[in-house]
Unconditional design. Structure first.
Length: 146
């Protein structure tokens, strides 16, 4: 019974915005979210959906976004940064796109998605803090060979 509860608590941690996420955990969660969203869009294309089918796909898509946001926030916590960094980065990308359009530069939403993807790649490769920080205890270090 204890094992089942431990696995359940680990599974529910996917949607938690508290604590820290290692690079490996972040990469796995983001890969799962992207795969789920691609499968969802492939199975239920947004065009022509009405009624219950539209709302079911909308709720599933929003759930996937929530899980992805939780992974980003926990990864930022592992780097010692607050969740506000994700919000500010997203706002900066959007402002950059608006300014580029006002100046007549060729910028579309693909550029914004690319910039956000670069931020995600940084989160996936940046080493987290090995020490305790404001967001959680230090990660367990492997035992040194004697």
């Amino acid at each position: 019974m204890r094992r089942v509860l431990m696995r359940l608590s680990k599974a529910l941690r996917i949607a938690s915005f508290h604590g820290r996420a290692s690079r490996r955990e972040f990469a796995v969660l983001i890969a799962l979210v992207v795969a789920f969203e691609v499968a969802l869009i492939t199975m239920f294309p947004p065009e022509g959906q009405t009624g219950l089918r539209f709302w079911l796909s909308f709720v599933a898509f929003m759930g996937a976004i929530l899980f992805g946001a939780a992974a980003v926030v926990r990864r930022l916590h592992d780097l010692g940064l607050p969740a506000m960094v994700a919000f500010l980065f997203t706002c900066a990308v959007k402002i950059l796109l608006v300014v580029a359009r006002v100046l007549g530069l060729p910028a579309n939403d693909s550029v914004g998605v690319g910039l956000l993807a670069l931020g995600g790649i940084y989160l996936a490769v940046a080493p987290g803090s090995a020490d305790e920080n404001d967001f959680g205890p230090a990660r367990r270090q492997p035992l040194a060979a004697s």
